[in-house]
Design a protein around this ligand. Structure first.
Ligand code: 17E
Ligand code: FE2
Length: 443
């Protein structure tokens, strides 16, 4: 049995304290000033891989074997990376850099790199990238695998890794037709083959198809494939600054008619940034009825979009704040870690969240209080895993311990993930950082 105790109290004043404000160096008074409020502290018990009990902490001391003293830090559901391209990760600059910073040059660079792909190359980079993610508290990943490739080497390799790593993290693989379903030779047959090989999710890229008609047809096909083969849908949808790129309405309507909105995701939808407000007002009604999910990739979109503008330069992110306010499910993702589309990235979703909240102007106190929703619970809904996700009695004991007190504190400090527990087993642990010769202004 593992017990995660959510807090320790100061022996003198019984106030909860965080490890990094260790009372050995401080008086109680200075501690109290540094803490915001006095949140309840809990004792969380784990048995046989599930949370067996969650109760208010009665005293501050851990003594039993197998106990972890979390010292008042935040125990949180694991982070989720709901949109990443593991087949392309860590290929930035190979064979050349994307100098224009556009989506389209990225696709050209990738097409050149893709010609040299093999299983070992993909495995090595995907494993390194997954390691970055796991070390940042991620336990669930949805990865795209480019199926504009007659050998489907990316898809096969990522499905193999998904199966191999299932006890450490849960991976969903999307059959993603980077160069189109109808604009790439045998594109539809490759999608069908990808489903046979084991893709969990089917994708599309309607704004990249040669014509509007082909884009619409591709969406109808993916909904049909998903329904026929019991798969989820995640479309790279309207990833462009073109205000007349309106494939989202087609995707939402098809999802609504097929009654599978909660199994469908629209990724990027950056064109929505440029839609006219009157059109958006009509569109939101459909989006809400359809129940589809949204993924926004803030670091990626702030970098790739607005590239054809002079000034003013569009931010190019979808309307995250407005979607969320309308009760539509939306989450954040990284999309890339050092690939032809985006040359930075490190697996740290707190960084992505920070960008997202800034760019979308979600900087009010209410936003800060629930900021982590966008990389946890909302993403769980998108992946269709919400029923066994979260810290509650009876659910799988998957959680992370953050070196902070609450969402706001974690966001401000970009707190480290100190512990990642999966079905009751520790899969990652990090020592809290501390300054060797601290300079204290308080106390
Ligand atoms: N492919 C694409 O079409 N869009 C992206 N943002 C990435 C790959 C990363
Ligand atoms: Fe993507």
């Amino acid at each position: 049995m593992i017990a995660v105790s959510m807090g320790t109290y100061c022996v003198e004043c019984h106030a909860p304290y965080l490890y990094r404000y260790c009372p050995k160096e401080f008086s109680c008074r200075s501690l109290i000033r540094r803490l915001r409020g006095r949140p309840d502290l809990y004792q969380v018990q784990i048995e046989q891989g599930r949370f067996s009990s969650i109760s208010l902490q009665e005293d501050g001391y851990c003594s039993d074997q197998g106990e972890i003293d979390a010292r008042g830090r935040l125990l949180c559901s694991p982070f989720i990376e709901p949109h990443i391209h593991l087949d392309a990760a860590l290929t930035a600059g190979e064979p050349r850099w994307n100098e224009s910073g556009t989506l389209f040059e990225g696709i050209e660079c990738w097409s050149e790199r893709k010609a040299t792909l093999n299983r070992e190359d993909i495995r090595r980079r995907a494993l390194r990238t997954l390691e970055l993610l796991v070390n940042q508290g991620v336990q669930y990943v949805r990865t795209h695998a480019d199926v504009s490739d007659p050998g489907l080497v990316g898809l096969r390799t990522l499905c193999e890794l998904r199966d191999e790593l299932h006890d450490r993290l849960q991976i969903q693989v999307v059959a993603f037709p980077q160069e189109g379903i109808f604009s790439y030779p045998d594109g539809l047959a490759l999608m069908e083959q990808a489903i046979e090989v084991g893709a969990d999710v089917v994708g599309a890229i309607p704004h990249f198809e040669y014509t509007r008609e082909l884009g619409e047809a591709s969406l109808k096909e993916v909904i049909r494939l998903a329904r026929d083969h019991d798969r989820l849908v995640d479309v790279h949808c309207d990833e462009i600054d073109d205000p007349s790129s309106r494939f989202l309405e087609v995707l939402a309507a098809e999802a609504l008619f097929a009654e599978m909105g909660d199994r469908v995701t629209a990724s990027h939808t950056t064109a929505m940034h440029s839609y006219d407000n009157a059109y958006c007002s009509k569109l939101f009604r459909l989006l809400k009825h359809s129940g589809i999910n949204f993924i926004s990739c803030p670091t990626e979109s702030i970098h790739l979009q607005g590239r054809f503008d002079t000034y003013p330069k569009r931010r190019g992110l979808t309307r995250v704040k407005e979607l969320d306010a309308a009760g539509i499910n939306v989450c954040f993702a990284e999309d890339s870690i050092r690939d032809p589309w985006y040359s930075l990235g490190n697996g740290k979703l707190l960084r992505t969240l920070d960008f997202g909240l800034h760019i979308c102007q979600m900087m009010g106190s209410v936003d800060f209080r629930r900021a982590l929703d966008f990389i946890t619970d909302h993403a769980a809904r998108t992946l269709g895993i919400a029923s066994d996700y979260g810290i509650a009695e009876g659910k799988l004991a998957n959680c992370i311990l953050l070196d902070g007190e609450d969402d706001y504190d974690v966001l401000c400090h970009q707190s480290d993930v100190l512990l990642s527990i999966r079905e009751g087993k520790i899969i990652m642990q990090r020592e809290p950082a501390h300054i060797v010769t601290p300079h204290y202004l308080l106390g």
